[in-house]
Write a protein that binds this ligand. Structure first.
Ligand code: ATP
Length: 309
């Protein structure tokens, strides 16, 4: 008796958001990008991305945060799937995204979905990619994508895509203040260039004091090292973020920083209980649209479910 060939069922990968503990922005390069030095941490806000074989390419998005995510060819997960198909000779898939990462919030949600798509397709198409091959393919999809495959805490240089591991001890607790609406990443960089016009900008180099703080595992050591060269630009475009930053500090955060290009503000707190207190205080204050609590570092994109029909 012959049995029917196994059809690979849908594969779901879970992917975290990121915060930038340090984001140093160098001069504008001739290619239009800025040289960056950043230290990323993956935190426990997740998107789940499911890929399933289909007759045609498609994408759908669900979850309370799904608003504002394109459901056509502009979707970064669908773009990732199409690029992966060209590279690895794959056939059409439908990509379903369950959003738990704020959209256009500076937490790299779109890049996260691209990373999860790649990791899920690796399994669906049985590619057997090793870590290096995954990260190379990820770098073609966007600067933050290799980090979202890797997870943990890592240093990024170049445009952020050249990763080096960072020794970080302990678990850090974060309260993320979500703002109404998003901020466009190119607009924030343009504002940063405008604010720094005529000021000499050094090549960005990771700060040794931040690395030392991460080795202690002590949030009190890390808090004063949080820095983001895009923060002034984000606050210039969204002055309400200044109020969010000062409110968080007033209500007991150890440190606060705009995440990436904003407008999400990441507050570092001492422990889980302090996180609950700060989340309640920020919500009651009315200065933020919504808050989320998260901890990090956590793993990068990983398969959580695979069905074989
Ligand atoms: P970054 O931190 O990488 O600058 P971000 O967190 O500020 O990014 P994203 O959530 O990645 O922003 O979204 C940026 C824009 O990308 C959104 O406004 C949205 O239109 C578009 N986009 C395309 N695909 C996706 C996706 N799968 N998820 C979220 N946004 C997407």
């Amino acid at each position: 008796m012959t049995s029917a060939p196994l059809v690979p069922g849908p594969v779901t990968a879970r992917v975290p958001a990121k915060v930038n503990l340090e984001l140093l922005v160098g001069p504008l390069r001739p290619d239009g990008y800025h040289a960056l030095s950043t230290v990323y941490q993956a935190v426990s806000l997740y998107d789940d991305v499911t890929v399933a074989e289909d007759e045609q390419w498609g994408v759908s998005v669900s979850g309370a945060l799904a608003g504002g995510v394109p459901t056509g060819e502009d979707n970064l997960a669908l773009r990732a799937a199409r690029l992966a198909a060209e590279r690895f000779d794959g056939t059409p898939v439908h990509v379903s995204i369950r959003k738990g990462i704020p959209v256009a919030g500076g937490m790299a949600g779109g890049s996260a979905d691209a990373a999860a798509t790649l990791v899920a397709l690796d399994q669906l198409w049985n590619l057997g990619l090793d870590r290096e091959e995954l990260e190379t393919a990820a770098a073609e999809l966007g600067s933050d994508v290799p980090f979202l495959v890797a997870g943990g805490t890592a240093m990024g240089s170049g445009r952020g895509e050249l990763l080096a591991p960072v020794l970080a001890r302990g678990t850090y607790h974060w309260v993320l203040a979500l703002a109404e609406g998003g901020l466009s990443t190119p607009a924030v960089y343009a504002e940063c260039d405008r604010l720094r016009h005529g000021v000499p900008v050094p090549e960005p180099v990771a700060t040794p004091a931040l690395m030392a703080a991460l080795r202690t595992g002590d949030p009190h050591e890390l808090a004063p090292q949080l820095v983001n060269d895009l923060q002034d630009a984000a606050v210039s475009l969204r002055p309400d973020l200044g109020d969010v930053l000062s409110s968080g500090m007033e209500y007991g955060a150890l440190g606060g920083v705009v995440s990436g290009s904003g407008p999400t503000v990441a507050f570092l707190v001492e422990n889980n209980e302090a996180g609950i207190d700060l989340a309640v205080a920020l919500t009651a204050s009315g200065v933020v649209r919504d808050v989320r609590r998260a901890s990090g570092p956590v793993h990068g994109a990983h398969v959580i479910h695979q069905r074989v029909d």
